[in-house]
Design a protein around this ligand. Structure first.
Ligand SMILES: [Zn+2]
Length: 419
């Protein structure tokens, strides 16, 4: 028997239901809300009034008639509040300010050694966040909260604590609490691949369907979006694909084991393999545009795209190793699609073609029709997914939206279009 909801609980639940519907449709009539939610017309009117008072929806005038009187539409105000998405990678911090539709209003990125430079990373995160919030008039006052993506599993018992195994320097630092204190608004934290999956599920090419997002960068991790939710596993460590065993030749991993996927296809492994190919133990060095100068991932990717033989071979090897991992995911889960993201995927077909060929040879029963594609959401995908984590929570509970002062209701420039 289900627990009976009190009338106050019921109102909160129904308000969330109506808010979610208006967000999904962008514009909808009160009559359609009543019909689809099976709530009384008077109840819907009262709930919509609550949402109008909170500044989240507004009357938009008459819509098209389907016979009879033209219905009055209420519309969701995408620009009523702002969301922050912070993506902390192993070697970069990316921050995006979005509206309530997830449209990026402003974003910035700084490369730094997040893994080892804890103080520098926290200070950089604060200054990037402040610059975005101060750069848009009203953005700080209208901020709902922030989502924080981290390159570590997030334990449900100690959210904010990063894995001491993967990021030992962060042992005593809780970046979620630090950011919450800094911005004075709630902060939600999740693993970066999970938030990449969330961004793809909301904004990718096939929204809503099951998918696996594979982040391929310094680390390698998977996010599972299954049946409308991120699947995190019992301890929050689902998707640690980077630490699955691939090849004993992979060498020592940060996790303490050997032969993990990340030791063969993570960015550190790719740079190491490139150096080894450029200076072979015997024979003459191969011709390559990568001789001389500093070697970094951007240069390697650029060379691979241009068809440099050494860079292309390194990417092809990485593609084959990732293909083994993706084939395993298909055999285990068979999602509707697999989306690849992260810095290494900028190599495009140089990585994707050997990857797809490998999958075809290792998925005897799984449908070969499952698309495996590179994300089209661009560099801000994970930061955007982090902002969506805020929205996902706030759409369930309008108390999370900051209360509006009368004087900001009419003067907020971002809302001017609907004034
Ligand atoms: Zn490992």
């Amino acid at each position: 028997m289900s627990r009976a909801l009190g009338s106050a609980d019921m109102r909160v639940a129904n308000r969330a239901l109506v808010l979610r519907m208006v967000w999904e449709r962008c514009e909808v009539s009160r009559a359609d809300i009543a019909r689809e939610t099976k709530l009384a017309r008077s109840t819907v009117s009262a709930l919509v009034s609550d949402l109008i008072n909170a500044g989240l929806v507004e009357d938009r005038g008459a819509g098209h008639s389907r016979g009879g009187r033209r219905p009055i539409l209420v519309g969701f105000r995408d620009d009523a509040f702002t969301l922050l998405g912070v993506s902390m990678g192993a070697s970069h911090i990316t921050v995006a300010l979005t509206d309530l539709r997830g449209k990026v209003l402003d974003a910035s990125k700084v490369s730094l050694d997040v893994r080892n430079d804890v103080i520098g990373a926290i200070e950089t995160m604060f200054s990037l966040v402040d610059a975005l919030l101060d750069g848009q008039p009203g953005a700080r006052e209208r901020l709902v909260g922030a989502g924080l993506a981290v390159p570590s599993p997030v334990s449900p018992d100690a959210s904010g604590r990063l894995s001491a195994l993967i990021l030992p320097a962060w042992r005593n630092t809780d970046p979620r609490s630090a950011l919450e204190k800094h911005i004075g608004r709630p902060v939600w934290i999740d693993n970066d691949a999970n938030l990449g999956a969330l961004a793809e599920a909301w904004y990718g090419d096939d929204p809503g369907n099951d998918l696996v997002y594979l982040k391929v960068a310094t680390g390698i991790g998977a996010g599972y979006f299954l049946r409308g939710e991120i699947y995190r596993g019992a301890r929050g460590t689902a998707g640690e694909v980077g630490h699955t065993f691939v090849d004993p030749a992979g060498g020592q991993c940060v996790c303490g084991l050997t032969g993990c996927l990340v030791t063969l296809a993570g960015s550190g492994a790719l740079l190491r393999a490139t150096r080894e190919r450029l200076t072979p133990a015997s024979g003459s060095p191969p011709s390559s545009r990568l001789h001389g100068g500093d070697l970094d991932l951007d240069r390697l990717i650029e060379a691979a795209i241009a068809g440099d033989p050494v860079a292309s071979e390194v990417m092809a090897d990485a593609g084959r190793y990732l293909g083994v991992a993706v084939a395993n995911i298909l055999n285990l889960l068979c999602p509707s699609r697999v989306v690849l993201g992260g810095s290494i995927t900028q190599a495009g077909d140089r990585l994707l073609e050997p990857l797809v060929t490998t999958i075809a040879g290792r998925t005897p029963l799984t449908s070969r029709e499952v698309p495996v594609v590179i994300s089209t959401l661009g560099l801000h995908a994970i930061a955007r997914g982090a902002a969506m984590l805020v929205l996902q929570n706030a759409l369930r509970d309008i108390a999370l939206f900051p209360a509006l002062r009368d004087d900001t209701t009419t003067t907020f420039p971002l809302a001017a279009g609907h004034a």
